[in-house]
Design a protein around this ligand. Sequence first.
Ligand SMILES: [Zn+2]
Length: 253
Amino acid sequence: MNDEIFALVRLQETDQGIGSLRTDIAALPKRTAALEEKLIWQRARVEQATKAIREEEHKRRSLESDLKDQQQKIAKFREQSSSVKTNEQFHALQHEIAFAESEISKIEDRELESMERSDELAKQLKASQQELADNSKVVEIEKESTREATEELRKRMTALEEDRARLRKQIEEDTLTRYDRIAGSRGTALARVDGQRCLACQMALRPQLWNEVRSGTLTPCESCGRLLYFDNEKPLEPDALPAKLKNKATAGA
Ligand SMILES: [Zn+2]
């Protein structure tokens, strides 16, 4: 393998490394996104419970004021009944008093119901606040670890980008143009040849093409268009061997 092909192979490895780092970096914020969404509706639940408790308190203040009105009415009717002249007037006032008393009893029932609701809401609020606090801690820890992981990946990315720039300087402009064009359309621009086959598309090479590749000429695969190279230092992969040779290679194992 000549120096330029060697640099190209390294460049492809570096580009693939950069690609997979990019995917990993993009995936990191998704880890915390779900937890943060949970945080939003947990906060909403705390707000709802707090609001409902305030509403119950407001209701009870209003009931308390109604209760005082009825008590004042009763006091007034009692005062009036001491100075009435007829039985009819007296009975009418007694009737008013009984009505006000039944109103008071209804108000007291409603107050009691409201207190029960408040107790229930206070329990809900406490539980929601606890869940929120717990999840907030989890989110903080998760965010910190995501931040650290991102920083680590960015460092690796910077190192790979430096490698990439250095490698590209070792390659002829024309070759780089071919490399970039094929990588842009195929994902990878180079394909290793093994067992006289292109390892990217598995197409067998004609003998003439195989000779060119073996001599170190960058020749495109007739099937997938990738630039073929042969690495005489890399051992043949058993899968790439013709069936006859494969049997021999695995017989000793
Ligand atoms: Zn091919």
